[in-house]
Design a protein around this ligand. Structure first.
Ligand code: GDP
Ligand code: IMO
Ligand code: MG
Length: 455
């Protein structure tokens, strides 16, 4: 049975967590395959709110296996905190959670480096990272010689490896701290190999029952006909290769990351759902062409409760950007669209969609590849009539106000994909699924499964 993937098409926080929790009902394995504890995914159900960082948003359902693959960077302290938080609220984790032995481990020096280098790395505006050590850990993964994977914690040479890396990192951090804006960052001298070793051995013991070769688990699952749900983190415009570089995260957060991050070939992903907010938000640095730095932007922030799930930073808000979302829908091979937080746009006289930019006096509909060109982009807006009705109790597409439907239709037209899911509030129940007449482009499996060889 082929898989589904959920990809954010903007700059993150598109309400992917809400959607993944709902779709989990129809799947067997839920998979986080990139990013780390920089993600903050929210699920609201029965009056309770759950915030998930690294554990897949499927964990709240029974009869499911949640998998964190080798494409993720894993901070053991953070995962253990998350597991404890869930268990203290009655969520049984047991054997439901598997963590890849290939996942690269976040250490205290990664968090220190994130803080030291963020302000100076681009020579101008800071990236404004989440401070979770994500970029430095991925940098060490690519650099190889200073990297430790989860499986390494259980090997005899872990201590020797750690001591070598700590010695190097102390020298590097001391240098960076002298030249960078080191205020408030931990001192390099605080990196104590023996203490870190003790701490990480304790983490390793706690996580031992969950550590597995998840690539094998997933490939076995595919052959056994299990249904896979891939949960993207961040948004495609934060993709390291295809986003608004350097104001991006350090992983492939667009659809292109599914296969490399999970080890499951792309041919097994049959349904790609692109998730967008009904408007735009961004947290951290970098251009946001439709940003509204005015009373309207503040109205959206308050009405949409646009404050970071991980860092609580206020999110920057703006109109829906169809140039950007069309680019990422194509890049991610999106079949259908889920438009979230539509209720936030109620009570506006008119609503706007950016359908082109003016850059250097020219009208442009192709998303620019260089961030400086994007900075100069002036949005060209289409203005549509708004709607006054509260949408939070609407449960069918037909019951949406005609102007809200016209708004969704225009987004669909500009992005070239049907809108099959609409969200009108944070709760699981506040979700509208459209009739099968606008079902995904590929309702039937495109690739028949091979018969597994008999062992
Ligand atoms: P994610 O990172 O993509 O999972 O998104 P976040 O959880 O960071 O941010 C989405 C926020 O919007 C959360 O606070 C959700 O509870 C909330 N939310 C989700 N869907 C809706 C919706 O349709 N309407 C409103 N008003 N809020 C929503
Ligand atoms: P979810 O999964 C929104 C942003 C940070 C910063 C940039 C790099 O909840 O949608 P990093 O710590 O990854 O090196 O920061 O990326 N960022 C996110 N913004 N939602 C997220 O995740 C994000 N994860 C990272 O604000 O601008
Ligand atoms: Mg989030």
């Amino acid at each position: 049975m082929p898989g589904t993937c959920v990809i954010g098409l903007q700059w993150g926080d598109e309400a992917k967590g809400k959607l993944v929790d709902i779709l989990t009902e129809d799947h067997d394995l839920v998979v986080r395959y990139q990013g780390g504890a920089n993600a903050g995914h929210t699920v609201v159900s029965g009056g309770q709110t759950w915030k998930l960082s690294l554990i897949p948003s499927g964990i709240l359902r029974d009869g499911i296996t949640c998998i964190v693959t080798g494409g993720v960077v894993l901070d053991p302290a953070s995962v253990i905190r998350e597991m404890d938080g869930l268990e203290s609220r009655g969520v049984k984790i047991g054997s439901k959670l598997l963590l890849s032995d290939r996942a690269h481990v976040v250490f205290p020096w990664h968090i220190a480096e994130d803080k030291v280098l963020d302000g100076s790395v681009s020579g101008g505006e800071a990236i404004g990272t989440t401070g979770r050590g994500i970029g430095p850990c991925y940098r060490d993964k690519v650099g190889r010689s200073l990297a430790i994977r989860l499986g390494d914690l259980y090997r005899d040479d872990f201590r020797a490896k750690l001591e070598h890396i700590v010695a190097v990192k102390r020298r590097l951090l001391a240098g960076w701290q002298q030249s960078g804006p080191a205020g408030g960052t931990p001192d390099a001298a605080e990196l104590d190999a023996a203490a870190i070793h003790r701490q990480y051995m304790a983490y390793a013991e706690r996580l031992r029952p969950h550590v597995a070769d998840t690539t094998a688990v997933l490939l076995d699952g595919v052959e056994a006909g299990k249904r896979l749900l891939f949960e993207g983190a961040q948004g495609a415009l934060l993709d390291i290769d295809h986003g608004t570089f350097p104001y991006v995260t350090s992983s492939n957060s667009s659809g292109v990351g599914v296969a490399s991050g999970s080890g499951v070939p792309g041919r097994w992903v049959d349904r790609v759902i692109g998730v967008v907010k009904a408007y735009s938000t961004r947290v951290g640095g970098g251009p946001l062409p439709t940003e509204q730095i005015n009373a309207f932007g503040e109205h959206m922030r308050e009405r949409g409760r646009e404050y970071g799930t991980v860092t609580m930073r206020p999110r920057r808000c703006g109109w829906f950007d169809a140039v950007a979302a069309r680019y990422t829908a194509r890049l991610s091979g999106v079949d259908e669209l889920a438009v979230m937080l539509l209720d936030v746009l109620s009570e506006l006289k008119e609503v706007r969609i950016c359908s082109a930019y003016t850059i250097g006096g020219k009208r442009v509909t192709q998303f620019p590849s260089h961030v400086d060109d994007l900075r100069q982009a002036e949005p060209i807006y289409e203005t549509l009539p708004g709607w006054s009705e509260d949408l939070t109790t609407v449960r069918s597409y037909e019951a949406l106000p005609a102007n809200a439907r016209a708004y969704l239709d225009r987004i669909s037209e500009l992005l070239g994909r049907p809108v099959t899911i609409v969200s009108v509030g944070p709760d699981r129940e506040q979700t509208i699924f459209r009739a099968p007449s606008v079902a995904p482009r590929h309702p039937a499996p495109r690739h028949p499964l091979p018969t597994p060889a008999k062992a």
